[in-house]
Design a protein around this ligand. Structure first.
Ligand code: GCB
Length: 588
């Protein structure tokens, strides 16, 4: 799927802004066909944003089920002979979209875009109405999974239910990413796939173009940053060589511009431009190679999360976060625990930050292992089919970003269960088919002996919390326990290992020396000891601290106003550990 971009032949209208909004308290909207006429009794709601923290109304924050969004938009008469598309960046977690009362689209999955053509349903030269119903319910066939628990006991009122989920971030809901209208000509470029390679000092760009409609003459051009044309090709498929190329890397995130033009005779029919980075990725001798050179990953697991906006995309927070990543000398992050807005990947391409792109497969695990996850009533064949669909959508969207260096297919699933093996084997097979160029990882909380999946991946990612969840406060055990376990991982699988999570909740401004849990001193000491171990082990390819910033979670006695493992506060101010990491990563 191509991101909406303007060109000689395309126009884009951003429908982000203030929409009308209504909570469907009794979940009656579909039955009462609210989409047929303008919504009544609405309040105002920004798009993109989560709706949960925008009002003072607790029933909106904690609503389970449908909410409705609506706005008018003007379609110029000049668009009459074009195709018009609507594209929603994401709506968490299930959405139905109507234009002027006609159903156009339905989409399941809260972290990936969906789009469709709306030309026949539009009034040209007039106002049109868009209605989107968004449902935030999670079940065992959604990703992430969840379940509605209805209490049937004397201490709860009859019919009382909650949305339960087993992942550690707040189930923010709403339209989280921008909504665009865009036009294309009748015959248009619907997809571009590129794979780059390096041959000596030259860069190779292999491209594949998909056209919807009549196949016209296709021309592919590559320009340097300054707009100088470097090479040119023809046809749907081909290879272009850039002589003496600049290769994309964190130190030099050089982006070329690839422009695809289609012609009807001599007349330009469609044109689409894409930023491309030339780089290679390879796992060799237990090293992660970028452009043939070993690279050590320094960075974080992140979240799309900030005050008031929740999971709503905000360029202000996005740029601040990239500035902080650069300031702290990080070179990478994982999109824990779902694919982030494509706008974020565009920025990572430009800032030279490497990204591990993670599927929204999180919370497939119970604390109580006696309760099975992979079974007919929970994660079953339907969940698997949906997981495969999500991988197709995610790779379809992100395949051309040079910043994306690895696919993570799940975070901490119950992969100690026998049935999980077949499930993830099939996910991995699908991902390899979709993209043979990038390595695959799965993020493990299972032990090296229990996991049924580690043998199938290229890089083993391990989340560990010694001295936090295990032997709480016992900093002195970290070196012994971590080193011992990491060596076992390596001995058993002989694969490179990323420590993908390690961290300690820390309340900014809490101090005690000698350190105790929750103080800034403890977080520094904790991270230092983990790093001492990592520095000793040659098969470690990187360290991602949990988490970049404090973030919201559901309410629980183990979370005080959310998860506080951030190296930055939720307002993006540094804790003491930020200065420690900054110094360490400057030298690493
Ligand atoms: C984990 C999870 C992450 C949690 C973190 C924690 O292992 O992957 O989502 O937030 O631990 O802080 O407990």
């Amino acid at each position: 799927m191509l991101y909406p971009r303007e060109s000689e032949t395309r126009e884009v209208k951003n429908l982000s802004g203030i929409w009308k909004f209504k909570i469907d308290k009794e979940n009656m909207g579909l039955k009462e066909e609210w989409y047929l006429r303008p919504l009544e009794d609405t309040i105002l709601m920004p798009v993109p944003s989560s709706y949960n923290d925008i009002t003072q109304d607790i029933s909106i924050r904690d609503h389970i089920g449908y909410v409705w969004y609506e706005r008018e938009f003007f379609v110029p008469s000049s668009w009459r002979d074009k195709r018009v598309f609507i594209r929603v960046g994401s709506a968490s977690h299930y959405a139905i979209l109507w234009i002027n009362g006609k159903k156009i689209l339905e989409h399941k999955g809260g972290f990936l875009p969906f789009e469709g053509e709306i030309t026949p349903f539009l009034e040209f030269g007039k106002e049109n109405r868009i209605t989107i119903a968004v449902n935030n319910i999670l079940d065992w066939n959604s990703l992430p999974p969840g379940e509605i628990i209805e209490y049937k006991d004397p201490i709860h009122p009859e019919g009382y239910k909650i949305q339960e989920y087993y992942f550690d971030f707040f189930n923010y809901s709403g339209i989280h990413r921008p909504v665009f209208l865009y036009t294309t000509p009748k015959n248009y470029i619907s997809d571009i796939k590129i794979i780059t390679d390096i041959k000596g000092r030259d860069g190779e760009v292999n491209y594949e173009i998909k056209i919807e409609g009549d196949k016209e003459r296709i021309e592919v051009l590559i320009f340097d940053k300054k707009g100088k044309e470097l090479c040119k090709g023809n046809g749907e498929k081909g290879k272009l060589i850039i002589k003496d190329a600049e290769f994309w890397s964190p130190e030099n995130p050089y982006l070329y511009i690839m422009k695809v033009n289609t012609y009807n005779g001599e007349i330009l029919e469609d044109s689409y431009s894409l930023d491309i980075g030339i780089r290679t990725i390879e796992i060799k001798d237990n090293k992660f190679l970028l452009n043939g050179n070993p690279i050590y990953l320094k960075g974080f697991g992140k979240h799309e999360d900030s005050d008031i906006r929740g999971k709503g995309y905000d360029p202000i927070i996005a740029i601040k976060d990239f500035n902080l990543l650069k300031w702290i000398n990080a070179n990478s992050f994982r999109t824990s625990h779902y694919p982030y807005a494509e706008e974020i990947l565009d920025l990572a391409d430009r800032y030279g930050i490497l990204v591990i792109d993670e599927a929204p497969c999180v919370g497939m695990n119970f604390f109580n292992r006696a309760k099975k996850v992979f079974c007919e009533e929970r994660v079953n064949e339907r969940t698997l089919q949906y997981h495969l669909q999500v991988m197709r959508e995610m790779i379809g969207r992100d395949k051309n970003h040079p910043c994306v260096i690895m696919w993570s297919i799940a975070n901490e699933p119950a992969d100690y269960e026998e049935e999980s093996e077949e499930y993830f084997k099939r996910v991995i097979e699908e991902v390899r088919k979709l993209d043979p160029t990038r390595p695959i990882t799965i993020v493990e909380s299972s032990s090296p002996i229990e996991t049924k999946t580690a043998k199938y991946v290229d890089v083993i990612s391990v989340n560990r919390y010694y001295a936090w969840y295990i032997d709480m406060g016992h900093l002195e055990l970290i070196n012994f326990q971590l080193e011992k376990e990491l060596r076992i991982w390596y001995e058993l699988y002989k694969k490179p290992i990323l420590l993908s999570e390690f961290g300690a909740d820390t309340i900014a401004g809490f101090h005690q020396d000698p350190p105790v849990m929750f103080t800034e001193e403890f977080q520094v000491e904790f991270l230092k000891r983990y790093c001492e171990v990592l520095d000793k082990l040659p098969f470690i390819i990187g360290e991602h601290v949990w988490n970049f910033a404090d973030f919201a979670t559901k309410q629980s006695i183990t979370r005080v106003l959310g998860n506080k493992k951030g190296v930055f506060t939720r307002q993006r101010q540094p804790k003491a550990s930020a200065f420690y990491l900054r110094e360490r990563w400057a030298k690493k």
